[in-house]
Design a protein around this ligand. Structure first.
Ligand code: NAD
Ligand code: UDP
Length: 356
């Protein structure tokens, strides 16, 4: 367990002794101790989910992390395992789950293109059947449920930057569709459970987020470039590197997510959460070389099919409704991420298993 992780987490050992409203009046809403909530994080062992679990455990909530470990490993949450207010459950969210909770953060889904295209049918099942299972649980428990949606719902956008009102340009039959259309269908389900059944929902469209605990072999651009730079291997730029992305540091992202969950019930989203700073992929490669002190060469590789040309969030709504905007510049966040990559043994990480 990295020492920094261990020291950040306040151990709450007496929580199991506390009585919750649901234990006394199953099916009724509202905990006896409103500040302490029972919170389910699906995909809680992943890159973003593990940081979310950490924040919620630190705040004293009773946290259940559910994960099938397709793209993650237990080491991401190992430092939380001794906490009295943290539980880890191996479960695949395409199957129903019966828990009593006050809030659900639905983060389970492979997110990197290589991971979600590995088994595209499973990706669609995770998005759609996972959403139905979590919405069903929220409906039964009268819990609030937040969906981790994505900027991919905008596809290869013709509107720039992308506001929430933009309906997107997704290729429904391309290799990215299992993820993009899966997430779009999940948004539809969230809105329909909200309108038809009064489920208290939130939808957040997350733009490219990076930071410590990204899977080093996830194939995403930040992890690839840092891993390649530190190993002195060629930096693989897909296409000419003129395509752009906007990179949000994980702490900013988690803050935005928690604000959205705790925001007013009449603001269900969707809301964009991302950093509006826009960089070409070539600029990212050059910054990675500079900050890591690497002498790696830049090499061009073929551009993947349907790779979006430009992406930048319009975050006006998040600023207005949540008082949120990112605080961490790319240079600062990338420096911290490079430090983390230096501190871990990359060979300990495995590629996704075919048996998940
Ligand atoms: P990640 O791959 O690190 O985390 C996803 C987690 O979900 C992993 O722990 C994985 O094992 C788990 N999982 C996958 N399928 C599952 C299933 N069927 N049942 C249970 N667990 C399952 O990715 P991440 O970057 O942390 O992304 C988390 C969420 O945020 C995803 O829903 C993703 O779509 C969304 N998101 C992330 C980004 C980003 O840039 N990181 C951008 C947009 C949206
Ligand atoms: N990319 C790249 N080299 C890599 C990995 C990715 O040039 O080694 C590019 C990719 O083609 C895309 C951008 O970086 O244009 C972001 O890719 P990523 O997979 O991180 O996320 P996306 O936003 O495409 O889902």
């Amino acid at each position: 367990m990295p020492a920094a992780d261990a020291s950040r987490v306040r151990r709450v050992t007496s929580l199991d002794m506390r009585v919750h409203y649901h234990d006394v009046f199953p099916g009724e809403s509202g905990p006896l101790m409103p500040s302490i909530k029972r919170i389910l994080v699906t995909g809680g062992a992943g890159f973003l989910g593990s940081h979310l679990c950490e924040r919620l455990v630190e705040a004293g909530h009773d946290v259940v992390c559910v994960d099938n470990f397709f793209t993650s490993q237990k080491t991401n949450v190992a430092h939380l395992l001794g906490c009295g207010n943290f539980e880890l459950l191996r479960h695949d969210i395409i199957h129903p789950l019966w828990l009593e909770v006050d809030e659900i953060y639905n983060f389970a889904c492979p997110a990197a293109p290589g991971h979600y295209q590995y088994n595209p049918i499973k990706t669609m099942k995770t998005s759609v059947m996972g959403a139905i299972n979590m919405l069903g649980m929220a409906k039964r428990c009268r819990a609030k449920v937040l969906q981790a949606s994505t900027s991919e719902v905008y596809g290869d956008p013709e509107v720039h930057p992308q506001p929430e009102s933009y309906r997107g340009a997704v290729n429904p039959i391309g290799p990215r569709a299992c993820y993009d259309e899966g997430k779009r269908a999940a948004e539809t389900l969230f809105m329909d459970y909200h309108r038809a059944n009064g489920v208290n929902i939130r939808i957040v469209r997350i733009f490219n987020t990076y930071g410590p605990r990204m899977h080093p072999y996830d194939g995403r651009v930040v992890s690839n470039f840092i891993r390649q730079a530190l190993a002195g291997e060629p930096i693989t730029i897909f296409g000419t590197g003129a395509q752009t992305r906007s990179f949000c540091y994980r702490d900013d992202l988690v803050e935005g997510i928690i604000r959205m969950m705790n925001g007013p019930d009449d603001f269900v989203g969707p809301v964009n959460i991302g950093n509006p700073g826009e960089f070409t992929i070539r600029q990212l490669a050059e910054l990675t070389l500079e900050l890591s002190g690497s002498k790696s060469q830049l090499v061009e590789k073929p551009l993947p099919v349907d790779d979006p040309e430009r992406r930048r969030p319009d975050i006006t709504l998040a600023k207005q409704k949540l008082g949120w905007e990112p605080q961490v510049a790319l240079r600062e966040g990338l420096t911290k991420t490079i430090e983390w990559f230096r501190s871990v043994k990359i060979s300990d990480y495995r590629a996704p298993t075919p048996n998940y």
